[in-house]
Design a protein around this ligand. Sequence first.
Ligand SMILES: [Zn+2]
Length: 138
Amino acid sequence: MLDFTASNNGASTFCSAINCIDGRVQLPVIQYLTRWFHVDFVDIVSDTGPVGVLAHYPDSDRAGSIYRRIDVSRDAHKSHGLAIVAHHDCAGNRRPFEGQIEDLHASAANLRRRYSGFPVLALWVGSDWTVEHVQDGR
Ligand SMILES: [Zn+2]
């Protein structure tokens, strides 16, 4: 049995992100989210084009692995909220911009159903590698 009890005695504050593996989007998302949630650190669950997984295969083993890792961040680190991220030129989701935004919205809706009461942000990282807030779900 995994132990999801608090692990840092409240010394640091966290939020969570489901982001692509792509190295170009890591720092922009971390910088955006630490400011947005006023936290010290961002726990990152990475996958290749995760919005495609959560939008089209929400009940798959692969999605289940993402949820389990977010659960640890939420429960053990008392995460302040969650972001789901899609981005320009994604090797893991080759859909055009409109399709990726559609996947992003569907993923955010899925996560809001799953994590009611937990803020879920939808973020897009564009061709200039800056973060755009697509919707904040409040
Ligand atoms: Zn990607």
